[in-house]
Design a protein. Structure first.
Length: 342
């Protein structure tokens, strides 16, 4: 009985083990089936992705082929355009070369004409330059001749002295302008002289001279005319400079009768102004008093008045500074209203 029971128990245990194993197998099979199903799903998904990649690859390949075709087409068009442009450039280059050659020929001709003209002008200018000293000399001689014609020699019979003067024209009439000290008094007898001969007696129209030593504020002018109204001393007359007084260092002409020698023209140069006077360096002497000082245009700018000897050392010869009544003072004197006679 016991053996039977044990046998039965063994069978039960065996059956139980078989059932347990069977359950495990069933469970494992189920899990395996689920894994297979999941794997199958993933494989299908991978296949779908692969298909999509193949489609994309096909599409991309087609796009690349199309792009390659377009690039090839554009390349052909660009090459054709470059070829056409190269041809146009070659044509334009030929045209430019032709125009340039033509322009070179024209420039060459114009240059030859210009050079010829310049050469002619240079030759002409050289001739004028060669002639210039002679022209300047002729101009200077002509001016000096005019200045000599307006220079007057005045003789003071009372003082037995002589000096110079200048013929001017004022308000349509001729007068003689000279230095005031040519007459110490209005009663002095004055004559116009030429070549040692008395031409006519002169009368004082206006006189500005106080006598004695001159100062910067003194005046030294006299205006004369022939006593006989029918006598005109000279046809020539000088004009006063109407613009400006000479600048310092300007070159000047001094005209007069030094030591009685008539119509001497010498050079001077303005060095300074003091009061009513302009001072110069140059050549003048006794007898130049009353003579005209002129600029290079021949306009009257001063009347010779006095000399200032400068001798810094006893053993050094004196150097003469020449004083002349300045232009502004002359204009004030002539245009003033205090005329003795009109």
């Amino acid at each position: 009985m016991l053996k039977k029971i044990l046998k039965t128990a063994g069978i039960i245990l065996l059956v139980s083990a078989v059932i347990t194993n069977a359950y495990f197998v069933v469970t494992l099979s189920a899990k395996l089936a689920a894994g297979i199903t999941n794997l199958k799903s993933q494989i299908e998904e991978i296949q779908g992705t692969d298909n999509r990649l193949l489609a994309t690859d096909k599409e991309l390949k087609g796009s690349i082929d199309n792009t390659a075709k377009e690039i090839s087409t554009k390349t052909q068009e660009l090459k054709s355009s470059i070829d056409n442009t190269a041809k146009d450039i070659e044509v334009k280059t030929q045209d430019i070369k032709q125009d340039l050659n033509k322009y070179k020929e024209e420039v060459k001709k114009e240059t030859e004409i210009t050079v010829k003209g310049i050469t002619t002008n240079i030759n002409s200018l050289n001739q004028k330059i060669v002639q210039l000293p002679a022209i300047e000399k002729a101009k200077k001689l002509a001016l000096e001749l005019k200045l000599r014609q307006v220079n007057i020699k005045i003789v003071n019979k009372t003082l037995e002295a002589s000096g110079s003067g200048v013929t001017i024209k004022y308000k349509g009439k001729f007068y003689i302008l000279s230095a005031g000290h040519m007459a110490e008094k209005d009663t002095d007898v004055l004559f116009l002289s030429e070549n040692g001969q008395d031409i006519c007696e002169l009368e004082i129209v206006k006189h500005a001279y106080a006598g004695g030593a001159l100062t910067e504020n003194s005046n030294d002018l006299i205006l004369l005319r022939p006593k006989d109204p029918n006598i005109v001393p000279r046809v020539a007359y000088v004009e006063l400079e109407s613009n400006n007084e000479p600048d310092i260092s300007n070159e000047l002409y001094v005209v007069g009768n030094p030591l009685g020698i008539e119509d001497v023209v010498s050079d001077g140069r303005c060095i300074m102004y003091r009061g009513n006077f302009m001072y110069m360096i140059g050549t003048s002497y006794f007898g130049n008093s009353g003579g005209g000082v002129f600029n290079k245009e021949g306009k009257l700018v001063g009347i010779m008045s006095h000399l200032i000897p400068i001798q810094p050392f006893a053993d050094v010869p004196a150097y003469m500074i020449h004083g002349a009544v300045r232009l502004n003072t002359i204009i004030e004197f002539i245009e003033g209203t205090n005329w003795t006679n009109t």
